[in-house]
Design a protein around this ligand. Structure first.
Ligand SMILES: [Cu+2]
Length: 286
């Protein structure tokens, strides 16, 4: 009786624990959370597609593991020396050999179809509403807003050291100047680097692209939800690689227009910042 009660109690505790973990995983959007067990909440079409693909693969992998484990168990139990003292001596079975060649091929085809679909979605840029240029440096990011889209300024984005954090700012993710962009707009992101290779990555957007000196890479996103989203440089780039986070604040269209006006004054002194003024139409033609 006591034992059963104890078991029941551990089971309840386990269920509560898993529930708490699931709750935790959903608690903080746009950033990792303690005990998170799945991917970060997706907020773009591409990120949703990535999650679906991930879940499909999880099912396929799970079924293969279960199948192979069952075969192993059968072999161990039924064909051990004791249970099967005189083994058969055949070494070929044409039907089986065809099956174990064809079935994996079919599984790969099932994986390939959504995989290529996702790649198309990521790599073929839809017509964009806004362009921003991202330049990686050792060890911070520079964001440029094109002149012909109400911008014409650029600024640096540095992480906030742990002893200067305000309430609610996550350590090693919060930055002084966030990349501000509007919700439900297709944003073309042009990525390059000024020194070594870095990578611009935003898990909630399903976005990761290399920042390579002398090369202009392009990607895109369309965020469905306002909020603050965090990412990190994702290619080891030197001693302070862990100290160049990415913070994107997605705001309403009205707020974005206000921010553009404020930022124009705030970053006026940075105008050009030694860089040629950025014009989206000129960059888009590349
Ligand atoms: Cu980096």
């Amino acid at each position: 009786m006591g034992k059963t009660f104890f078991r029941l109690r551990s089971l309840t505790a386990l269920i509560a624990g898993v529930g708490a973990m699931a709750g935790q995983a959903q608690a903080a959007e746009g950033q990792p959370s303690p005990w998170q067990i799945s991917l970060q909440t997706p907020v773009t079409e591409v990120a949703h597609a990535m999650h679906d693909f991930h879940n499909l693969l999880l099912w396929i992998i799970g079924l293969i593991v279960a199948f192979v484990a069952a075969l192993l168990l059968i072999v161990i139990l039924r064909y051990n020396e004791k249970a099967n003292p005189t083994p058969s001596r055949f070494s070929h079975n044409s039907l089986l050999e065809v099956a174990w060649t064809v079935v994996p091929v079919l599984i790969l085809v099932v994986i390939a179809v959504p995989s290529f679909k996702l790649l198309r979605q990521q790599l073929i840029l839809p017509p964009s509403d806004i362009t921003v240029k991202v330049t990686a440096h050792q060890w911070y990011w520079t964001y440029d807003y094109p002149e012909d889209q109400g911008g014409g300024f650029g600024f640096d984005s540095n992480y906030i050291p742990a002893d200067q954090l305000q309430a609610g700012q996550p350590r090693l993710l919060a930055v002084d100047n966030e990349l501000v962009l509007p919700v439900n707009k297709t944003v073309r992101v042009q990525v390059t680097a000024a020194d070594v290779i870095h990578a611009f990555a935003m898990p909630s957007f399903g976005l990761k692209i290399d920042a390579i000196p002398g090369r202009l890479n392009e990607t895109w996103f369309k965020a469905e939800k306002e909020g603050i989203y965090y990412g990190q440089c994702s290619l080891i780039c030197g001693q302070n690689h862990a100290f160049m986070p990415i913070a994107i604040r997605i705001v309403s269209e009205e707020r974005y227009a206000e921010w553009l006006a404020e930022a124009k004054t705030k970053f006026a002194a940075n105008d050009n910042n030694g860089r040629p003024t950025m014009v989206a139409s000129r960059l888009a033609s590349r």
